[in-house]
Design a protein. Structure first.
Length: 556
């Protein structure tokens, strides 16, 4: 009897537990966990399609090569841990595409066609050429069952960039927004004269050919000058107008970096693919000469935030690359060379502390440039003789929000551009904030009609008064006489408690994804697996900011 009594008791307890779980689920519906069924599948980078080959096929000959000082310059190894290589696996990209299609379901097809052109270009092109639908979200290219899944997962890969044609539209406005042309005769363009063709032809079926266009900024222009359709905020209909989502190439065109003889002339590759000498470009083949202007293929950018996420979530995202820590180090080095700050005219007059922070943009485009989720900001702290903190502007919280920044507490507002700062709740933030057709702040890309705020730092040689409206600062920033090419002055005028001397610490910090941008995306949580996945990796992200430059002074 005791045996049956115990069994009965266990059954009753299980029934009670199930009942409680059902009641709790009715009150608090369970959060949909990230569905990793479409992301843990590793792609095959040795794929072959009609016009493209996977990166591993190129790696067989172009890994295991060195430059001066015995530096490993393996092309595929350097590339594999970049944002370019992982353009299709980027969980923010996936989540944003999902969110945009949820908010604009009537143009889902157009959104996926546009986004796949630059993030999964090989799949996009092959699908179009074969007459198949261009679809990105599962069951589209991002689904392991799709015919072009492997091509999609290889991102912006070797045979994509090196087959871009130097046609009559190359570098012209008509080629922007991903409208580049691909050579369909299996010709691989390279920068070196007299390439040894026989080995490549026999190994891959591609014929190498010299063409200097592969080393120009124009090769980058098509995807880094992107215009998106505008959806009317009231009618939810397309307006027929275009919004300048990112204009990095056009900003560069208006800088000294693009002007021959300026003394500052640099191409995109000069900064993002720096050269090394003493390189034999392949690990096999005879007759290969040493190249002394060989561009490294680590395509360094500014996104340590996402590189770290990719590194820490490899199995979740189906990533094999193992060089992310080196990629983060290179990215951090580039960021720290992108701007400098200094403090001018410090004074202590009748208890009022005055100083001016000068910020210098050292890049050939706006800072930050590109996609409108990024921001740079000044973090200023002041301590007195007793080491007491008497002022702080720009303190970042652990969740990535910034104390005092209006948009981080209210999605309908934004932090204005400041010429003079007198209070701790004023923060100088360099960013672009979109507005819709009703002039309301928006984070929905397809509702972006213009920029409500754009005070991103200008490059050297950039004349803010004559450039096109696509790249001009907003009207408030335009009126700031201290906001000029390559430079901005921010005056701090503070009445402080405490005792001199005051120690002033100033940092210029950078965020790849602003706090409110992420929070807006999370409004669609539980509506798509990709948004849930991004929330998971965002909440565990280790890098919320990078310090570009810092300076300390003492005011007596």
């Amino acid at each position: 009897m005791k045996k049956y009594g115990i069994v009965t008791l266990i059954l009753l307890l299980n029934l009670l537990l199930i009942s409680c779980q059902q009641k709790n689920s009715q009150v608090n519906p369970p959060v949909i966990p990230p569905d990793t069924s479409t992301s843990v599948n590793y792609s095959n980078s040795s794929f072959k399609t009609t016009h493209f080959s996977g990166s591993q096929i190129c790696a067989d000959c172009h890994n295991g090569i060195t430059g001066t000082g015995d530096v490993d310059v393996s092309l595929e190894l350097d590339w594999a841990s970049t944002m370019m290589a992982n353009s299709a696996r980027d969980p923010l990209f996936r989540a944003k595409v999902a969110s945009e299609t949820l908010r604009n379901p009537s143009i889902k097809t157009e959104i996926e066609q546009k986004c796949s052109r630059c993030h999964t270009p090989m799949a996009n092109i092959e699908a179009k050429l074969s007459g198949q639908p261009v679809a990105l979200l599962p069951p589209g290219f991002l689904s392991p069952e799709h015919e072009y899944f492997d091509a999609a997962m290889d991102g912006i890969s070797c045979t994509l960039c090196h087959q871009i044609e130097n046609d009559e539209d190359f570098g012209e406005k008509i080629s922007f927004s991903g409208n580049f042309s691909i050579n369909l005769d299996r010709i691989i363009y390279g920068p070196f004269a007299t390439p040894v063709a026989s080995t490549m032809v026999s190994a891959t079926g591609y014929n190498p050919e010299l063409s200097s266009h592969i080393s120009t900024s124009e090769i980058c222009s098509s995807c880094h000058n992107l215009f998106t359709d505008i959806v009317d905020a009231t009618t939810d209909q397309l307006t027929g107008e275009k919004f300048p989502e990112q204009t990095t190439y056009e900003e560069w065109e208006q800088s000294s970096f693009a002007q021959a003889g300026s003394g500052a002339e640099k191409s995109c590759q000069d900064c993002h693919m720096p050269e090394i000498s003493g390189v034999k470009v392949a690990n096999r083949g005879t007759g290969l000469s040493i190249q002394n202007k060989f561009s490294r293929h680590y395509l360094v950018g500014a996104n340590t935030f996402m590189l770290d996420i990719l590194n820490n979530n490899k199995s979740l995202l189906g990533i094999k690359a193992n060089n992310f820590e080196k990629a983060i180090e290179r990215t951090r080095d580039l960021l720290q060379s992108s701007a400098s700050i200094s403090v001018k005219n410090p004074s202590n007059i009748a208890g009022t502390i005055n100083f001016t922070v000068n910020v210098n943009n050292l890049t050939g485009h706006k800072l930050p440039s590109g996609y409108p989720a990024r921001r740079a900001y000044l973090h200023v702290t002041i301590t007195d003789a007793d080491n007491t903190n008497v002022f702080e502007s720009g303190l970042m919280n652990a969740n990535g929000s910034i104390v005092g920044v209006d948009d981080d507490t209210n999605s309908e507002k934004y932090e204005p551009h400041h010429n003079v700062i007198t209070q701790s709740n004023q923060v100088q933030v360099y960013e672009s904030i979109m507005q819709n057709t009703n002039n309301e702040v928006t984070y929905t890309l397809l509702n972006g009609a213009s920029y409500k705020k754009d005070n991103r730092l200008l490059p050297e040689g950039f004349d803010k008064n004559i450039v096109s409206s696509d790249i001009a600062p907003d009207i408030t920033t335009l009126a700031d006489l201290n906001f000029i090419a390559a430079s901005d002055d921010v005056i701090y005028r503070l009445e402080l408690a405490g005792t001199a001397p005051y120690k002033v610490n100033v940092e210029l910090n950078y965020q790849s994804v602003s706090y409110q941008y992420a929070q807006d995306l999370f409004k669609d949580l539980d509506k798509h697996e990709y948004i849930n996945t991004f929330k998971q990796v965002y909440d565990t992200a280790k890098i919320q900011k990078e310090t570009i430059s810092a300076v300390n002074i003492t005011i007596e």
